[in-house]
Design a protein around this ligand. Structure first.
Ligand SMILES: Nc1ncnc2c1ncn2[C@@H]1O[C@H](COP(=O)(O)OP(=O)(O)O)[C@@H](O)[C@H]1O
Ligand code: SF4
Ligand SMILES: [Mg+2]
Length: 325
C-alpha cells in the first residue's frame, strides 16, 4: 500500500459576487463545494470534468495560491493553512505546477538556463556551476539537450516548451506536481509523448501527480485513481481500471461517450452531454447534474445524493445506486 502524500477533506472555495469590502455581496460562486480525495506517494490522481467545474480552483487551493473557504489540505500529515514562513516556502518547493499554456508560464525574455535555474537558486544555496550542471541534467531528463540552456522559449515547439515546464517543476525536487491540462493545447500526436515522459519521470523519481483534464480518455492510462468533478462536487471516485470497466454516474458515462470513439456494433445507447455546464453561481437544486441527466427522477431535484461507497474504493453520488449501499 502506498502512503498518502496529500489529503483533501471537505474542501470549499466560494468566490463573492459583488464587493466583500463594501458589504455588497450579491451571491457566491461555489467553484469548489466540499470535495475530498487522497493522492498517494508516487501515484497519479486524475481529476476530470468539463470546463467550469472547478478543476483549476482546486489546483490553486493545493498550490496555496488561493485560501480555502473551508476544509483541510494535509500534506505529509500537516494542514497547509497552518504552515508559517519557512515551512510554507518548503511546501511551495515540494509542490509545483505545469499549466496548459507553456507560453504563459515561461518568461519570454529569459534564457532556458535561467528559467530552470531560478527555482534552484531561490530554494537552495548552490554555486553557479552547480546550477548549470543541474539544469543540464534536468534538460536531459525531459528529453532535451543540455546546450539548449542558452536558448529562449520562442526557439522551442509547443511540445518542447511543455518539456521545459516539466523540467522547471522538477528543479526543486518536487514531491507533487499539479498538471493543469498539460496536454490540452498540444497536437494529438505530441500528447502521447508528453504523457509517456511524465510516466517515465514518475517511475524514476517517485513523484506524485494531480493530473487535470477535461478528456477522460487522456487521463485513464496515467492515473491510478480518477475523480470526476461536476459543478464544484465530486460525483464519482474510483481506481482508474475500475472506473473504465464500470463507470456508474451518468455524467462519467457521458464523459466516456464524449471522449472515446464509439463502437459501430455497440448496442448500448450512449449518453450524450447536451447543453452547457450550468453556472456555479446558482447551481441546480438537488443533484447538480439533474437538468442534463437522462435518468432524472422526481427526488433528484429535491435533495443532493450523498457520495456513497458502492464497492471497495468506488464512490458515487447518484440515486440510481442508493440501494447498493
Ligand atoms: N477568482 C474568481 N472569482 C470568481 N469566480 C471564479 C474565480 N475563479 C474561478 N471562478 C469561477 O469558478 C468556476 C470554476 O472555475 P475553474 O476552477 O476555472 O474551472 P475549470 O478549471 O474546471 O474550468 C467557474 O464558474 C469560474 O467562473
Ligand atoms: S441523482 Fe438523479 S439526476 Fe443525478 S445523476 Fe443520478 S439519476 Fe441523474
Ligand atoms: Mg481550468
Amino acid at each position: 500500500m502506498s502512503e498518502p502524500l496529500l489529503e483533501v477533506r471537505d474542501l470549499k472555495k466560494h468566490f463573492p459576487v459583488g464587493s466583500l469590502l463594501l458589504g455588497k455581496v450579491r451571491g457566491w460562486v461555489k467553484a469548489v463545494d466540499g470535495i475530498s480525495f487522497t493522492i498517494n506517494a508516487g501515484e497519479t490522481l486524475g481529476l476530470v470534468g468539463e470546463s467550469g467545474c472547478g478543476k483549476t480552483t482546486t489546483s490553486k487551493l493545493i498550490l496555496a495560491a488561493e485560501e480555502p473557504t473551508a476544509g483541510v489540505i494535509e500534506f505529509e500529515g500537516r494542514n497547509i493553512v497552518d504552515l508559517t514562513d519557512k515551512d510554507l516556502m518548503d511546501y511551495r518547493r515540494k509542490v509545483q505546477v505545469v499549466f496548459q499554456d507553456p507560453y504563459s508560464s515561461l518568461s519570454p525574455r529569459m534564457r532556458i538556463g535561467e528559467i530552470i535555474g531560478e527555482p534552484i537558486q531561490t530554494h537552495e544555496r548552490v554555486s553557479q556551476g552547480e546550477v548549470r550542471t543541474r539544469v543540464g541534467e534536468l534538460l536531459e531528463l525531459v528529453g532535451l539537450r543540455p546546450d539548449m540552456a542558452r536558448l529562449f522559449p520562442h526557439e522551442f515547439s509547443g511540445g518542447q516548451r511543455q518539456r521545459l515546464a516539466i523540467a522547471r517543476a522538477l528543479s526543486t525536487n518536487a514531491r507533487l506536481i499539479v498538471l493543469d491540462e498539460p496536454v490540452s493545447a498540444l497536437d494529438v500526436s505530441i500528447r502521447a509523448h508528453i504523457i509517456g515522459l511524465l510516466e517515465e519521470i514518475q517511475a524514476r523519481l517517485g513523484v506524485s501527480y494531480l493530473f487535470i483534464a477535461h478528456d477522460l480518455a487522456a487521463i485513464a492510462h496515467i492515473s491510478q485513481q480518477i475523480a470526476v468533478m461536476y459543478l464544484g462536487k465530486l460525483v464519482e471516485v474510483a481506481e482508474s481500471l475500475e472506473l473504465c470497466a464500470n463507470p456508474l454516474h451518468p455524467y462519467t458515462k457521458a464523459l466516456f461517450a464524449a471522449s472515446l470513439p464509439s463502437h459501430p456494433d455497440e448496442e448500448k445507447k450512449e449518453i450524450v452531454l447536451s447543453g452547457e455546464v450550468p453556472s456555479a453561481l446558482n447551481p441546480p437544486s438537488g443533484c447538480r447534474f439533474h437538468p442534463r441527466c437522462p435518468f432524472v427522477m422526481p427526488r433528484c431535484s429535491e435533495r443532493e445524493p450523498d457520495l456513497i461507497e458502492v464497492s471497495p474504493g468506488h464512490r458515487v453520488s447518484c440515486y440510481l445506486y442508493e440501494s447498493s449501499r
